[in-house]
Design a protein around this ligand. Structure first.
Ligand code: SF4
Length: 458
């Protein structure tokens, strides 16, 4: 069996499962957020009764992150609905925006968009916060009401996005009926060269198979090249499995996985036991390919979908209006480090927005010094508009007052995010070009799309 089949077999109590089989699986964690949480809670109450209790209060994780730093009153109200539910159900893992369990969330625009407006429990973007807060464990099943839940496949677990109706059912029973996906194998060999990042790997893969090339399939990333990839790198790759239509993305388990997970469960006091899955000798794949990491070059997914692959050096004719770094995919500490390495001592020439995924990342950037400047200061010196209000922000557009949102027709943005369908970051006639943080940084300096390797040598 493949890694995905092994996890699903275990979670369904069967010795073996095969692609195409429909099975009931037991969930380990159910995650929801401010956009889908109220709907999920509504389904749960309608189907199980207004006094029903969730199947396991330690397994339900609620992370508001999407439409938070906005004056939109309905968005603010969604956070209050989550708080009421968490209090009623006595959920230990609700990462509230404010500290008062009886309070109400209201964003105060008069304080501006840049200075933090959250309390001590706020966790930031759900997919980045889940591992940071110790909720991702090898061998487990994670369901989340968000398509990029697949990011947790970086930790050798089966993680996938589900709709509110399914999530309401999981909330009441801890179970879900799913079809076992067939597995596509991406064997990674070699090592990335300077200026080439994990984002380039996944953009290469999606360009190869198309934005629907892995529809309802598991994307398994394994091979000797995985060892050289950091946990952040693996998260970037697994995150974008859905951009090829994948049911899930999954990585093999190794010492790096164990080191990260063990440290995080210990720090947060979450469940510390887990059982990884190892590859079998008899795995069956519907597709196999080898990616030679040494040969990859900085890659861009052009408007209007993540499969529109081009090399960055082929796109020098595309002039840009803005650049954006952030999101679960591209707003991690290591992403900002790579971004800052290109920008250090230089200036951006177009509007450039920086949105760390989580408060922990804000802290990392504001406390890590290169010489006498923090990374945060180096980015501000370069002209990047950095906000402390970690969250999804303009990755998915959001309400019109969202930081970094593209509110005008015709704007062209290069972005370290994960999705670029029309209207994704705001105006339906704007265009988004997906790239690595290094490519976004170099392009922000040049005002057009460029290969970042030209900027590293300086
Ligand atoms: S950062 Fe973007 S992709 Fe990630 S969860 Fe938020 S909206 Fe979705």
């Amino acid at each position: 069996m493949t890694l995905t089949e092994k996890i699903l077999a275990r979670a369904s109590g069967k010795a073996r499962v095969s692609a195409g089989e429909n099975i009931w699986v037991n969930a380990d964690v159910l995650m929801t957020h401010d956009v889908c949480g109220p709907g999920t809670i509504g389904v749960f109450k309608r189907e199980f009764g207004k006094n029903a209790k969730v199947w396991n209060r330690n397994s339900v994780v609620i992370i508001p992150d999407h439409y938070i730093f906005t004056e939109d009153s309905l968005s603010n109200r969604n956070v209050d609905i989550l708080r009421d539910f968490a209090r009623e159900q006595e959920l230990p893992y609700f990462y509230d925006v404010i500290d008062d369990p009886n309070g109400h969330w209201k964003f105060d625009a008069s304080k501006g968009l840049m200075k933090k407006q959250y309390g001590s429990n706020y966790a930031g973007v759900c997919h980045t916060a889940l591992p940071q807060k110790g909720h991702t464990r090898p061998g487990e099943i994670l369901f989340g009401t968000d398509s990029h839940t697949c990011m947790a496949g970086a930790f050798n677990q089966f993680a996938t996005g589900i709709g509110n109706t399914d999530a309401g059912f999981v909330m009441g029973t801890g179970k879900l009926l799913i079809k076992v996906p067939a597995t596509m194998r991406f064997r990674l060999e070699g090592k990335l060269q300077p200026g080439v990042m994990a984002k380039d790997i996944i953009l290469q893969v999606i360009g190869e198979i198309g934005f629907d090339g892995a529809t309802y399939r598991a994307m398994q990333f394994d091979g000797p090249g995985v060892a050289s990839l950091s946990i952040d790198d693996r998260m970037t790759i697994a995150n974008m499995a859905i951009e090829a239509g994948g049911k899930n993305g999954i990585f093999q388990f190794d010492a790096r996985t164990a080191e990260y997970v063990d440290a995080r469960v210990k720090k947060n006091g979450t469940k510390s036991t887990y059982e990884p899955v190892e590859p079998d000798a008899d795995q069956t794949f519907v597709y196999e390919t080898v990616i030679d990491l040494d040969k990859l070059e900085p890659t861009v997914a052009c408007h209007p979908d993540p499969g529109q692959r081009k090399k960055a050096k082929e796109l020098n004719h595309i002039r840009l209006d803005r650049a954006y770094i952030g999101s679960c995919t591209g707003g991690k500490t290591s992403d900002f480090v790579e971004f800052a390495q290109v920008l250090r001592g230089k200036r951006v020439t177009i509007d450039t927005f920086g949105v760390p995924a989580t408060p922990e990342i804000v802290h990392d950037l504001q406390t890590t010094r290169w010489g006498d400047r923090t990374i945060w200061q180096i980015l501000e010196d370069a002209g990047v508009r950095m906000t402390e209000n970690a969250g999804c922000s303009a990755c998915l557009g959001g309400p019109v007052d969202t930081f970094g949102r593209m509110n005008q027709a015709g704007l062209k943005c290069i972005s370290a995010t994960n999705r670029n369908f029309p209207g994704r970051m705001g105006h339906k006639e704007s265009q988004v070009f997906l790239a690595s943080p290094a490519t976004v940084a170099a392009s922000a300096i040049a005002g057009k799309i460029v290969d970042p390797r030209e900027y590293l040598s300086n």
